[in-house]
Design a protein. Structure first.
Length: 262
């Protein structure tokens, strides 16, 4: 049996490289004949999106894109398909003034880039394009969903999906920004890039506060930039389950879209 088609369970879901070499699904690394081979297995191209955005002291600024790419690669590894080079630009979220946050003031440029990419994928005979964003500010989600909706309404041969990580059904942890959700998800993909030891000890008055409150926007706060539950409470054992839920949901949406076209 082809190992890429084995179920996503347990350690496989959290493994950095499940079912073989993930690089065989990275579009930018492949020659034309290799691209044809991957599309013959399944004619799906994933387009992961994120942004460069401050994620407190313990996480890399590219987290949103890294998680989107990681989920897409595992979906492609499990069922087939290609993964487009990840777009490290996003819009919305209210974190534009944070350190190393490079966020577009609107989604017009991102939308235009995606629309042109879809047109070229359609020209290459791709059956389904899946835009998946790990940056899930409402403005960004509206971009990917809007591009997909307009594309499909235009009646193109290729179909498009616009998905976001916060839309995954049945998540065991509520989505947040640099909190327990995003920290746990990145831990499943790149545990070496999670450094909770860099988070300062809580200051007086921070215990029991609203984890979604304005205090987290204060550089003096021990959890500056964490909007959501304390990532110091991360349980590594939850990481594979969270990643598994994300990959399974994406695969379900892809399977549904492919079945509706058959």
């Amino acid at each position: 049996m082809d190992s890429r088609l084995l179920p996503l369970t347990g350690e496989r879901a959290g493994d950095l490289n499940p079912g073989g070499d993930l690089d065989r699904h990275r579009l930018q690394l492949l020659r034309q004949a290799e691209i044809a081979e991957r599309l013959a297995e399944r004619s799906v191209v994933f387009l992961p999106l994120g942004t460069l955005e401050f994620h407190a002291q313990h996480l890399p600024i590219g987290l949103d894109a890294l998680t989107a790419e990681g989920i897409c690669l595992r979906a492609a590894s499990a069922r087939g398909g290609l993964v487009y080079p990840t777009l490290y630009y996003g819009t919305g979220g209210g974190h534009g003034t944070f350190p190393w946050s490079i966020i577009m003031p609107s989604g017009s440029e991102i939308g235009a880039l995606l629309a042109h990419s879809l047109a070229r994928l359609d020209d290459q005979g791709v059956e389904l394009a899946v835009m998946f964003t790990g940056h899930f500010a409402p403005d960004q989600v509206a971009v990917v969903e809007g591009v997909a909706e307009r594309w499909n309404e235009a009646g193109h041969r290729m179909r498009a999906l616009g998905l976001s990580v916060n839309s995954v059904a049945g998540l065991p942890i509520e989505p947040d920004h640099a909190g327990r959700f995003e920290t746990t998800l990145l831990h499943a993909l790149l545990p070496g890039r999670v450094a909770r030891d860099l988070i300062p000890e809580p200051l007086p008055g921070e215990i029991g506060e609203d984890p979604w409150g304005p205090g987290r926007y204060d550089p003096a706060h021990s959890l500056w930039g964490v909007i959501g539950p304390d990532p110091r409470d991360l349980d590594p054992d939850e990481a594979p389950t969270l990643l598994d839920a994300c990959v399974r949901w994406v695969l379900g949406r892809v399977d549904g879209a492919m079945a509706s076209e058959s």
